[in-house]
Design a protein around this ligand. Structure first.
Ligand code: SOE
Length: 380
């Protein structure tokens, strides 16, 4: 018999759906000691919380997140609310001894993230931050190739995350659907929302980022605020580009924007090493491009590895070789790893401390853009 672990989900938006879907599917594909049970969902609007509970099979619903924390039946608190509420909920959940899964970015800034790290470490509770792209099989394969030394010394790491959904000046800020444009709720714009993904993956692949030099821009300076009904100044960065240095001596080049007409979620990275290079593209996420200089020169060239074989990360759990998986599966992998490690009493990466390091890079990027000079990244 698998031990049941009751999940209390706080936030029923887009991320609430990705996490719920993962809890529903994980035991069908992964052989785990635990079985997640959808215990309670919490959200601001009662009708919507009720409808979400019915649609996904949650046993109950509430509009008060404190009730989720106080519920002795809840084992895992899953935080899928806007960034400005993460800290309060996570700290209360840690004090109540719950395991925690928190959406990214961990907090509004490094100082707030520090209080969250302290809370989970003092309480000794398992904790995970949902930087899901690490768990795309091709991205995990890239990590394995780097760790095996297949790239040799790394010279360059470049990553982009391009979108185009805020170009219209009519898109408002604030509220349930567009809180990511409200600096009070989000903390920052593309830096915390998109570049944080790239930074997390980059530091996992290539080690710590030590210094940054950034520029940001806010193209649309005022937007209607959903909550006040007034046109208000926009406080987030619409676009951000930064250069950086990694601790291992390599150079980084990162760009993110919500103003790249034609791109919906184009997350790409390329890593150039002494012996080989790797490239990956979220729009073609099951492929890893690989160039190996040790290949015979007459056939040397970029190969496109279809990451679907059963000896590739996570793929033995899915279909047969040649058949792909996609975005939703990264969240299933995340839950599978979390539950497996819970049973072994092992931490799961990226935990709150790992996410604090990402937060420090984001802070340094925003400070550098403001001060127009290189910034040293705080060590976590
Ligand atoms: C923003 O549009 C967003 O949904 C991010 O918040 C997610 O983290 C990213 O994975 C996709 O884009």
């Amino acid at each position: 018999m698998k031990k049941k672990l009751n999940v209390g989900l706080i936030g029923y938006g887009f991320m609430g759906r990705t996490h719920s879907n993962a809890y529903c599917k994980v035991n069908h594909f992964f052989d785990l000691p635990y079985e997640p049970v959808l215990q309670v969902v919490c959200g601001l609007e009662e009708n919507e919380a009720k409808a979400f509970a019915e649609q996904w099979g949650y046993q109950s619903y509430t509009t008060d997140w404190h009730k989720v924390i106080e519920d002795d039946n809840v084992d895992i608190v899953d935080i899928c609310v806007p960034n400005n509420v993460h800290a309060e909920i996570a700290i209360a959940a840690a004090k109540a001894g719950k395991a925690i899964c928190c959406e990214k970015p961990l907090a509004l800034n490094g100082a707030q993230a520090e209080t969250m790290v302290k809370a989970v470490e003092d309480a000794g509770v398992p904790n995970l931050v949902s930087f899901n792209y690490r768990r795309v099989p091709a991205v995990t394969l890239a990590k394995q190739l780097i760790d095996k030394g297949r790239l040799g010394r790394i010279f360059h790491y470049r990553a982009n995350f391009l979108q185009d959904w805020t170009i219209s000046t009519k898109v408002p800020q604030g509220g349930m659907a567009t809180w990511r444009l409200d600096v009070k709720a989000a903390g920052s714009g593309v830096t915390g929302d998109l570049l944080a993904h790239c930074i997390d993956t980059a530091m996992w692949h290539n080690g710590a980022i030590t210094s940054v030099c950034a520029m940001t821009e806010t193209f649309v300076k005022e937007r209607m605020h959903v909550e006040t009904g007034k046109v208000e100044p926009v406080g987030i960065d619409d676009a951000c580009t930064f250069l950086c240095r990694f601790d291992n001596g390599s150079l980084g080049n990162f760009e993110s924007t919500r103003y790249a007409r034609g791109h919906k979620a184009l997350y790409t990275f390329e890593i150039n090493g002494e012996k080989a290079s790797i490239a990956w593209d979220l729009h073609d996420l099951h492929r890893l491009s690989y160039f190996d200089y040790s290949d015979d020169s007459i056939v040397r060239g970029w190969r496109s590895v279809h990451v679907t074989d059963s000896d590739m990360p996570y793929m033995d759990k899915w279909w047969v070789p040649g058949l792909q998986i996609g975005y939703e599966h990264t969240f299933v992998h995340q839950v599978a790893d979390f539950l497996e490690n819970l049973a072994k009493d092992k931490p799961t990466s990226p935990n709150f401390r790992d996410a604090l390091a990402t937060q420090y890079v984001c802070d340094a990027v925003l400070t550098s853009a403001k001060n127009k000079k290189w910034e040293t990244v705080k060590k976590s």
